[in-house]
Design a protein around this ligand. Sequence first.
Ligand code: B12
Length: 582
Amino acid sequence: MTTDALARAAILPEPDLPSGAELLAEGRALARDWRVGPSAFLDHVGERCEADFKRRAMAGGRIMRHAQIGFRDAARSRRACREIWEACDREGAAVDRYGMTLDWAMGYPLELRREGPRGTGMMLEGPEDFAGLTAEAPVAPHFGDFVLGFPGAVANACWALAAGSTAIGNLGQMYTFRLPGWDDDIACVAETVKALGLIAAQPVEVLVHANLDDGYAATFSDLASGLGVALIERHVVNALVGASMTHCYGHHFSEPVGRMAFHLALADGARAPGSMVYGATTAYRGDAAQNHASLASYLLVDILGQTARPTGHAVNPVPVTENERIPDIGEIVAAQLFADRLIAHGGGHVPLLDTGAARAEADRIVAGARAFRDAVLTGLADRGYDTGCPFELFLALRRIGARRLEAAFGGAEPASVSPVRGGIEAMAARRLAAVGPDDRTAIAAAGLKVLIATSDVHEHGKTLLEIVCRDLGVAVVDGGVAVDPDDLAADAQASRCDLVCISTYNGVALRFVDAVLSELRTRGLATPVLVGGRLNQIPDASNTSLPVDVSDRVAERGAIVCRDVADLAPHLLGLAVPDDPA
Ligand code: B12
């Protein structure tokens, strides 16, 4: 007898899950006390919500601009809101919306926020802090990250609305982001559905935002599956909840035709204006001058995309220092002025443009996405899931996960291969080419086993390590994504691995490595630990609120710091041939 891993009883075994209808009603009731309040932006543009402002701009052929702000120190963030707008205004350039990057600790319920670990983003203590930000400049406030999708969703949504925000997200994070130490996925989804009820009951249109690259699109191998999730979210939010769904994408789209194709595909059937199109930040792999070329490349596609098919997405010029650290105020201004000038040049490029190839690819993506959406909804309904219940559908999607979802419901052949997988494979191939045949033979013969995990949502480094290990004949134990140090050490013990590899990016490198090493010691293990990614942390007594490099201190604690995935091979060789000086 074969068992169905996606059976409802396997994915949702709890006998008494909350009802989506009741959660929505609970959220709607909150709208008596929590309504969209005033903001400098709404006063300035004379609109009731950002969606109406966007429609007006689209009708006038104006391309809008987005900037991302979020320093750990809220006062610095407030200053950034004011100074960026003023500096752009002086040059005749408008910044239309600010994406407020809350710290991931803002996702916890209120009572846990102040105690738990923190990342590199902004902490806001209450409604006054939200309102303080939105009062600084006449720029549309978008509270995207760490609002929807987390146990703290309702309080954050109430405060964002009261501060005049009419674009709130980020549903993409609901599927993939895990708060350290927090295992209650029911609370994450239930509180999100409640917040959606609150949003739907507002007297004005409030955009519910999802960044697809934050969600499953970063893991799927087919772009059609990524768009398919967007179509499912439109079904849930527009039809079942009665709110207004909007999507953002971009981090991983650095190839121009694919970027334009996804823009055209996402526009198909979209009811609400787009929030923003994110910068292709994965293309930032060089110094400032090199990154400027990447900035110009993706921004021009987005500008031409808004000309060919206006969707209301604001373009997002990400500062070129983004791959080193959180950009400072002057760097954000410089990027905005760069975009302003490029928009001015954009019209001149239009006659050079032939969107034929992008349109053909967009058609394939749309067809594949519709098939994916229908296969998911029918496949789940046939298994007894209530696909008319937002809570049940969201929780099922989250628990099934990207890889199983695509394997079960994706097309036999990708409609459009995701740029993520191809890019990682190319990176792996370059590193593998440098490993000589004798070393390969020695490593493969040693029967090594490596445990690979991440401290947070960034999983490309882990995927890269997995590809390299498998190619070298090294067994991989999947330590998971966004794991806690104690679980990682328990896996190291259970798997009897030879090496632990950690990829970490969320600004807690020292704290995380310390905790892993101490958990390993408690278990009597001396397994070597390799760590790479973004090894930084905001010092406890920082007055700059920018993270600093902690690689040396991580190394002092006894972990092996790796700058590149190529650093792995000598260590594997050292384990394979213990006398080898590598
Ligand atoms: C892609 C990306 C994302 C994607 C991740 C998708 C996914 N599922 O993996 C998404 C969009 C989801 C995302 C989300 C966030 N991100 Co992000 N992201 C990036 C980005 C653009 C690339 C990182 C990456 O994957 N690189 C690909 C890897 C393969 O290459 P690499 O980093 O150069 O790594 C090399 C080596 O270090 C090595 N390596 C890596 N790990 C290991 C481990 C070992 C053992 C070894 C041997 C080698 C090794 O392999 C590579 C090749 O040699 C960076 C900026 C940048 N350009 O670096 C920001 C960045 C890492 N993100 C950042 C932030 C702040 C966030 C968010 C908090 C933003 C938000 N508010 O939502 C969230 C994270 C939330 C959380 N829970 O932590 C910050 C981190 C800030 C900091 N620590 O200073 C960065 C630096 C951007 C910035 N400047 O602000 N992000």
